[in-house]
Design a protein around this ligand. Structure first.
Ligand SMILES: Cc1ncc(COP(=O)(O)O)c(C=O)c1O
Length: 390
């Protein structure tokens, strides 16, 4: 039986042709026309004034936080349920994350709880907002638009303005989605995207920072190219990074970007087929869309009910036995060793969602008959659990 992977790249456009062009012209490294073309096309695709290509989504987050002014001993609000990169990026800046809970319905950063944290645990002063207990400055919030669905941004922006915090959006999983008709990644001081292999478009590896600020774009470009103040004489006034995307990667990224709409349409088709096929399975909660959201359903993720917390892991094992790749979502960040001492607020749902969530195969080229195989296997496994516990 053919293995059904979770989410793999699909290269059906100009990828080969553009790569050949790089080889033929010898533009293969950090400079080259495809880097600029990819940046311009990406800025257009999300309607951002500026886009600066990076080597990864993590590098984008690191540079975006630095460009937003995050520094040593600052605090950065991060959702407790997400891939670890945004917390790590805060640490790279010498700051620490504060983990706030996610909502039980959409699993996104809980904006009400962010507000309560800022009102109850922090104090506004002349130089911004500080943690009332430690006196540490709150510098930024990273709303992570998880699994293709946007965070509720309007109330978050109001909070950030009131408390003078920068918003650096982690839109790595949500390219192609929209919040009230506009692309996530264009609301904060910066938006960050990833093009690693399992994302909706890939450049092999890569990332992008979007911003409406010319100065931030220039700062991001400067920091990601080793902070060279005098390019000829190699004069450096700051510690920079080698975070630029290569022309080869940008060539693939551009070809993929040309197919973004088709990829989004396929992800949404896959989501509606799962929704139909799994609607009546006992104990399953399907992902939806908030009224103000258009989701890409980047990874189609269901919640399976207890009887036992292990049901979701049994389901993953049952699918694996049929050569179908499924996986849990990320373990809560406050439980990860580097962050066990981090400040937290309002944690109620991140652990339960981690215990119950299962992401199902969602590749853009998932064949209809393969998806039927997945649906049938999920049904079999969960019906068996329901019978056992009846
Ligand atoms: C939410 C989130 N943030 C950041 C990243 C980091 O992106 P990259 O792997 O390109 O560094 C990813 C994906 O890997 C992610 O899912």
């Amino acid at each position: 039986m053919r293995r059904i992977p979770l989410s793999v790249p699909v290269m059906r456009g100009n990828e080969g042709r553009y790569l050949q062009e790089c080889i033929d012209t010898n533009w293969v490294s950090y400079v080259g026309p495809f880097v600029e073309r990819f940046e311009t096309a990406f800025a257009q695709a999300v309607s951002a004034p500026y886009a600066v290509a990076m080597q990864s989504g993590t590098a984008a987050l690191h540079v975006a936080l630095l460009a937003a002014g995050v520094g040593r001993d600052d605090l950065v609000i991060v959702p407790d349920l997400t891939f670890i990169a945004p917390a790590n990026a805060a640490r790279y800046c010498g700051a620490d994350p504060v983990f706030v809970d996610v909502t039980p319905d959409r699993w996104q950063l809980d904006v009400d709880k962010v507000g309560r944290f800022l009102e109850q645990e922090c104090e506004r002063g002349a130089d911004g907002t500080r943690d009332r207990t430690t006196g540490r400055r709150l510098a930024a919030i990273i709303p992570v638009h998880l699994l293709g669905h946007p965070v509720d941004l309007d109330p978050l922006i109001a909070l950030a303005e009131r408390h003078r915090l920068a918003i650096v959006e982690d839109a790595t999983e949500s390219l192609g989605s929209s919040y009230k008709g506009r692309a996530p990644g264009t609301f904060g001081i910066c938006g960050c995207f990833s093009f690693n292999g399992n994302k909706i478009i890939t450049s092999g590896g890569g990332g992008m920072i979007t911003t409406a600020s010319h100065d931030i774009a220039e700062r991001a470009r400067y920091l990601s190219t080793q902070a060279r103040d005098d390019r000829r004489e190699y004069v450096h006034e700051s510690v920079g990074f080698n975070y630029r995307l290569t022309n080869l990667q940008a060539a693939v990224g551009l070809a993929q970007l040309e197919q973004l709409d088709a990829h989004v349409a396929r992800k949404r088709e896959i989501a509606s087929r799962y929704a139909k096929g799994l609607a009546d399975v006992p104990g399953v909660t399907l992902p939806g869309e908030a009224p103000w959201a258009r989701s890409t359903f980047w990874l189609y993720t269901i919640l399976v009910a207890p009887p036992a917390a292990r049901t979701s892991r049994e389901l993953i094992d049952a699918l694996e036995a049929e050569d179908i790749e499924a996986r849990p979502v990320w373990a809560p960040l406050h439980e990860q060793r580097p962050y066990r001492d981090a400040r937290t607020f309002g944690l109620e749902h991140s652990g339960t969602i981690h215990a119950r969530a299962v992401s199902l195969p969602s590749s853009v080229d998932l064949a209809a008959e393969d998806q039927e195989r997945v649906i049938a296997a999920v049904r079999r496994s969960l019906v068996a659990v329901a019978k056992r516990s009846a």
